[in-house]
Design a protein around this ligand. Structure first.
Ligand SMILES: [Zn+2]
Length: 428
């Protein structure tokens, strides 16, 4: 093995670059006023930005009919390369479109040009069934698809304006992360995708993966998500405090992933892995129900989908984890693979339950989430402030805990937050 830092080749071999600069950009901007234009929604803007920087390599634009159909039915591009999600631009009526079209953001800013190659239609129901595994309009990805137009406009894009990132300091393009990995001498890097705060279970699987590779790319999705997901600015604060307190600085890179969430489960897990390969990751963590929503997918479907491809075809290596939790009997983080105890010993809470707790002023236990992270979330979600009512209810809880403590209840039987940790949370 070579001692030289290496980064994995982008998907398809070359990092695509569709950002037009300098004189070419000036010429293109001069043409815009004479061109018909299309206005992109937030999802379209996110896709355009990812096409611009090569995050979607080998794609150079929105998929044409042949690629679209092969992606739907076989999860491959016409070249045979694996690709699981159709990256498309849907509009109400594209019949009159030809040649070059200007692409505008929702605020009217010209973002780029589309050289129209193909305009076609296809059943949305079939796309929904094949991509999301359901035609149910209550699924957020399917709802998003159904809300779009019937015409698919395909062609290469030339991007004139890199969409403004929400968090400029976290805006690292694939070329930037690749450079950062090389500078740090990381030969192997594991990517972690999330649209949630990082709780102890996620910290555990990140660190378990990090034990076997050189670096970790913590790559939270910062594009559009569901309204009930934790807001991106709160999440970013929670990532920062966690990394500062609990991760070695020289082993982790935090960057934003400016994509929209599709909730396509298994297909999106594969897509997330291939896109992270373009960012330079050699490995990618796939957890339980990755990119899932509701009960649309089986718990481990997102891991099984990788078996449908030969390892050499994907390049990036999936690192699969089971459901993980803090076990009071083991006295540490564990999974069904490593812990022999019954679920009563395990501290597990759903994301929905945690948000409810935070909003009503109840803090999740430190076995579930680091106190510093809990505090950021509590502040961000507007709950858990020390009001009279929370003070009274908290004093009652302490009273209950003390009674149980003096009654000789064993610590692992507690289902509530131990006083010591409660105190830490409120006084730090
Ligand atoms: Zn255990």
């Amino acid at each position: 093995m070579s001692a030289e830092p290496t980064t994995i080749a982008p998907h398809g071999g070359t990092l695509v670059q569709r950002l037009v600069q300098g004189e070419e950009r000036q010429v293109a901007l001069g043409q815009v006023s004479r061109l018909p234009s299309l206005t992109l929604d937030a999802h379209g803007v996110a896709d355009l930005g990812l096409l611009a920087t090569g995050a979607y390599s080998p794609l150079t634009g929105f998929l044409g009919r042949a690629d679209y159909l092969r992606v739907l039915h076989e999860m491959r591009l016409t070249s045979g390369l694996p690709w699981s999600l159709p990256i498309t631009l849907r509009i109400t009526d594209g019949a009159a479109l030809r040649d070059t079209v200007a692409l505008k953001g929702p605020d009217g800013t010209v973002l780029g040009l589309l050289d129209v190659r193909d305009v076609f239609t296809h059943s949305k129901e079939e796309e929904a069934q094949l991509v999301y595994g359901t035609t149910d309009a209550k699924h957020p990805g399917v709802a998003q698809l159904y809300a779009q137009g019937d015409s698919l406009v395909a062609g290469d894009v030339r991007v004139l304006e890199h969409p403004a990132p929400l968090f400029p300091e976290l805006a690292l393009d694939p070329a930037d992360t690749r450079r950062a990995f090389a500078e740090r001498g990381w030969r192997t890097v594991v990517g972690f995708q999330t649209r949630n705060p990082v709780h102890r279970a996620h910290e555990y699987i990140q660190k378990a993966a990090l034990e076997t590779v050189d670096g970790l790319l913590l790559h939270p999705l910062l594009g559009p998500t569901k309204d009930d997901d934790v807001p991106a600015d709160v999440r970013v604060r929670s990532y920062r405090v966690l990394l500062e307190r609990y991760y070695p600085r020289d082993r982790v890179l935090l960057a934003g992933f400016p994509a929209a969430m599709r909730y396509a489960g298994p297909r999106e897990a594969l897509f997330h892995a291939l896109v992270r390969k373009n960012y330079g990751c050699t490995h990618f963590i796939v957890g339980r129900d990755h990119a899932g929503v509701g009960n649309y997918y089986g718990s481990y479907d997102a891991q099984k989908i990788f078996d449908r491809f030969a390892p050499g075809e994907l390049g990036v290596q999936p690192v699969c984890f089971e459901h993980t939790f803090f076990c009071r009997r083991c006295g540490g983080m564990a999974s069904p693979k490593t812990c022999p105890h019954t679920p009563e010993s395990h501290v597990t809470l759903s994301g929905t339950k945690v948000r409810e707790m935070l909003r009503s002023g109840v803090l999740p236990p430190p076995e579930f989430s680091r106190p510093e992270v809990v505090q950021v979330l509590a502040d961000g979600l507007g709950g858990a402030r020390m009001t009279w009512s929370t003070l009274v209810s908290t004093l009652r809880r302490i009273g209950g805990l003390l009674r149980r403590f003096t009654a000789g209840v064993q610590p692992w039987d507690w289902d509530e937050l131990p006083v010591r940790h409660w105190w830490d949370v409120y006084t730090k």
